[in-house]
Write a protein that binds this ligand. Structure first.
Ligand code: CP3
Length: 354
């Protein structure tokens, strides 16, 4: 329902752009809002400059610098939402895991969590004590931003894979071995991560996050029957614990097309989609929920006209959605030219009716 004439809502949006939040709630908007997963990061020379002076973990723990890099894609690329600059694994460190980032490799946990004794050593931390820099970043950002701020955490299953494997993995041997040979231990680990994530996301909401996204980057390696037992119930528990804050929750299960009907039962208001599914088909399956997605991040490399045409088609495919937030189907790749991201943002705004 349109409460005010279009010219007036546009003026209000120019002062405080709430288009993203409206789309999350399935309300009518003047145009389709867009943000990009991993929008603050290495593809931006401005990020590289900040990162040149500090390590990634130092950056994550410095609120002033986190604010600076969070704002970069808003100012440079005109995104309709900001995502807190941090990492899903910061919480694992707060739980007591030793976390390192190795150049060219990614995250490394030198001590893995594969037995009772190591899992027992993990704590359920008070987020205001162990990650005050995250809450401070959120408070500072809310003073600066004219677009909504998204907080986030990793889904327990995805976080567990990093702790069990000791970093990124291709086959997930250790994770699946634990699931199938020591399910009780696996559930114990998931319980601890879930309890920690609940406190962490609640603290982010209290600090001022206006929406929360749960990243399940590795959900797609699971069979639906295993996703139902080993991953989904924990996401449902987290989302239930956040209902009191009355802010939109986005659940993004990467490579999750085959898990879509299950993901809809997560309790999330918005279902994040990777690029492997047609968004129109997904819209038919999610009922009265908003969708977020889902252009292939590499499609940003298309020549301008082809990129605009592809975006137009995607917008059209999603036209029956109860709220559509345009996004990539996964994070923006580090070698993407920023000008191409800008072409995509402008195309979404123009073609959807701005
Ligand atoms: O702009 C934003 O989206 C906010 C910041 C953000 C980062 N990581 C910054 C980051 C967010 C939301 C994340 C989430 C994250 N982190 C996920 C889920 C999303 C996804 O991509 O599936 C995962 C799995 C991680 C763990 C992680 N962090 C990996 C595997 C890596 C290394 C690989 C890579 O892509 O670089 C990181 C490092 C990381 N996180 C960087 C950034 C900007 C690069 C660090 C650098 O500057 O060297």
């Amino acid at each position: 329902m349109q409460l005010y004439p279009k010219e007036i809502t546009k003026k209000i949006d120019d002062i405080m752009n709430e288009t993203f939040l409206k789309a999350c709630r399935g309300e009518k908007t003047n145009y389709t809002p867009i943000w990009m997963m991993r929008q603050a990061g290495r593809y931006l020379p401005e990020y590289q400059k900040v990162r040149g002076n500090v390590t990634f973990l130092e950056l994550c723990k410095s609120p002033e610098l986190c604010v600076e890099v969070t704002l970069q894609p808003i100012d440079l690329l005109n995104m309709d939402a900001a995502i807190l600059f941090s990492d899903i694994l910061i919480l694992m460190e707060a739980m007591g895991a030793t976390l390192e980032f190795h150049e060219g490799v990614g995250p490394v946990f030198p001590k893995t969590f594969r037995d009772e004794e190591s899992v027992d050593r993990l704590r359920v931390p008070d987020p205001d004590d162990t990650t005050p820099f995250v809450m401070e970043t959120i408070r500072l950002l809310r003073k600066e931003l004219k677009v909504p701020l998204i907080g986030f955490a990793g889904a327990p299953f995805t976080c567990a894979t990093y702790l069990i494997e000791g970093g990124s993995s291709k086959v997930f041997w250790e994770t699946k071995k634990m699931m199938f040979t020591s399910p009780e231990l696996f559930h114990k680990l998931m319980d601890k991560i879930t309890e920690s994530t609940i406190l962490y996301l609640q603290a982010q909401a209290r600090a001022g996050a206006q929406a929360l996204q749960i990243f399940d980057s590795w959900a797609g390696i699971l069979a639906p029957c295993d996703f139902s037992v080993f991953a989904l119930p924990y996401v449902q528990k987290i989302i239930k614990s956040l209902q009191q804050f009355d802010i939109p929750i986005i659940y993004f299960a990467n490579n999750g097309a085959t898990l879509l009907d299950l993901s809809v039962t997560s309790g999330a208001d918005v279902i994040g989609l990777d690029w492997r599914i047609n968004i129109g088909d997904a819209v038919k399956r999610v009922g009265k929920k908003a969708v977020q997605g889902n252009i292939d991040p590499f499609a940003l490399l298309l020549p301008k006209d082809a990129l605009r045409e592809r975006i137009g088609r995607l917008l059209d495919d999603a036209k029956d959605a109860h709220g559509h937030i345009f996004n990539l189907g996964h994070g923006i790749h580090q070698f993407t030219p920023p000008e191409q991201a800008r072409i995509a943002v402008d195309a979404v705004h123009e073609l959807s009716g701005r």
